[in-house]
Design a protein around this ligand. Structure first.
Ligand SMILES: Cc1ncc(COP(=O)(O)O)c(C=O)c1O
Length: 485
């Protein structure tokens, strides 16, 4: 799709003209009224709605049109859900086909042709060594439901209760998933260091940092006085998304596989965000060749509708009938949309495309890093890209890495919005600007996204910097580094 959108350079809130057809007449106030009523009625926990005050009324591919008539390039993609962008024709056709067929929309966990087709298509994409001997459990509709199912599964199968999880992890917002996430308020799992190059917990980064992180894990498990008993499982993301777009090195992933296999600890890989081509492989575990015991899948597998499953080695399938259930685990529309999405990504080699396009985008962003001292690091894998913003004038605790700059990141996000670009914020301190465009992104669209981002970055930096920054010149920028894998 060609990029034809033009975005007026004014903040959305400053515009009052709505398209008449989009303006609700019953309660008045147009799109601003909708936003006002939302802020009055919805919970204080609302998130995206705070930083992105838009009212989407139409969407196609990369583009969202707001009730104010403005168009936006959407690089949030439903937090990484929309592998094919908004309302892709194959997805709409699959949904319509089910609607027009008279098939039941609600079936609990009964067998249907729609479910059978989804399971067959999904299994065709899985790592062979897992697919050959896998079971699938359809879960409640969200990724967090599937995480809960995975944790329950390994606890039942091993008879153990402990869990290994990583610093910076994000697995969802239900109790068990939150426990396993880095932001857990009450720590009931053993937290292990996740390797990071830029903010390495050991202060060394690179392969050495990953080696130390692995060694720490091994030591905890083997030291009889570590205070950590053999756990029910280890849960890990191959690329931490919400944690700040941090790809785990492939060697480290393989080491985690060996460590867990040698100790009969099931390895659960959470592919909720990384799955369906996002990182440049159909599943992110393919980069390392790791075959997990359990994979947690959601987001893109439902083709933009709610769907979540776990697939796991049959040996772990010791559940009694009804041991895991959920009224909404039979979403026929989501399964049809998901089948169409999985097939389209596979047939059109969109994972490969994400890898190539993502590498090009990373390269251009790394070029920006040398001109903007506020860019701490550019990193990512495939079309899962993060730009960490820092305060270059403030010394970090170890005097080498400047502290994160969440206010600047928010300013960049707002400047992007003014320029008709929707981006997400993430990372430990919300200082990482995240790009998660659909895998259908064209070269032209990628250029438009990066142009708007570069412009927004420069504007936010100008507003935040007392003196214009000096270009880094010919010296090798410490932060212009490639993906950490
Ligand atoms: C890796 C990962 N796991 C689990 C979840 C939770 O998914 P949901 O928000 O659908 O519950 C997310 C959501 O962003 C995620 O990124």
């Amino acid at each position: 799709m060609a990029v034809t959108e033009s975005a007026p350079a004014v903040p959305p809130a400053a515009r009052t003209q709505s398209r008449p057809t989009d303006r609700p007449t019953d309660q008045g106030g147009g799109y601003e009224g909708i936003l006002r009523r939302q802020s009055q009625r919805e919970s204080a926990a609302r998130t995206y709605a705070r930083s992105l005050p838009i009212v989407p009324v139409r969407a196609r591919g990369l583009t969202i049109e707001g009730a104010d008539g403005r168009r936006y390039l959407d690089c949030l993609s439903g937090a990484g859900t929309l592998a094919l962008g908004h309302n892709h024709p194959v997805v709409l056709e699959a949904i319509r086909k089910v609607l027009d067929s008279g098939a039941p929309l609600h079936v609990l966990d009964l067998a249907t042709p729609v479910k059978d087709a989804f399971t067959s298509e999904l299994f065709a994409t899985l790592p062979g060594a897992l697919a050959d001997d896998a079971r699938i459990q359809f879960c409640g509709p969200a990724g967090t439901d599937a995480v809960e199912a995975a944790l329950k599964l390994v606890r039942t199968a091993t008879g153990r209760s402990g869990l290994l999880a990583f610093t910076g992890a994000y697995h969802g917002m239900t109790a068990g998933a939150l426990d396993a996430s880095g932001g857990a308020p009450d720590v009931r799992v053993t937290r292990l260091p996740y390797p990071q190059r830029y903010r390495c917990p050991f202060g060394v980064g690179g392969e050495r940092g990953a080696e130390l992180a692995a060694r720490w894990t091994e030591n905890l498990l083997d030291d009889p006085k570590s205070g950590v008993t053999t756990p029910a499982g280890m849960i890990v993301e191959a690329v931490q998304g919400e944690g700040g777009v941090i790809p785990a090195p492939d060697d480290w992933m393989r080491r985690m596989r060996r460590i867990t296999a040698d100790r009969s600890i099931p390895l659960v890989v959470d592919e909720v965000q990384t799955g369906v081509g996002r990182t440049g492989a159909f599943w992110a575990v393919e980069h390392s060749g790791v075959v997990p015991d359990v994979m947690v899948l959601s987001k893109a597998i439902g083709g933009s509708l709610p769907l979540a499953v776990i697939v796991y080695r049959s040996e772990l399938d010791v559940w009694e009938p009804g041991a895991h259930a959920g009224t909404f685990r039979g979403n026929q529309l989501a399964m049809a949309a998901g089948t169409a999405t999985l097939a389209y990504v596979r047939e059109n080699r969109l994972a490969e495309r994400a890898g190539t396009l993502g590498a090009g985008m990373l390269g251009r962003l790394q070029g920006l890093a040398s001109a903007h001292p506020c860019v701490g690091e550019v990193r990512g894998r495939g079309l899962m890209i993060g730009v960490e913003l820092v305060d270059p004038d403030a010394a970090g605790p170890d005097d080498s890495v400047p502290p994160p700059a969440p206010a600047l990141a928010l300013a960049v996000q707002q400047e992007c919005l003014v320029r008709g670009l929707i981006v997400e914020l993430g990372g430990r301190h919300s200082a990482v600007v995240r790009l998660l465009p659909p895998l259908t992104l064209t070269d032209e669209q990628a250029t438009a996204v990066l142009d708007r981002f570069a412009d927004a970055l420069a504007a936010a930096e100008r507003a935040h910097t007392p003196h214009p920054p000096a270009p880094r010149g010919a010296t090798t920028p410490r932060n212009a580094s490639g993906p950490s894998h």
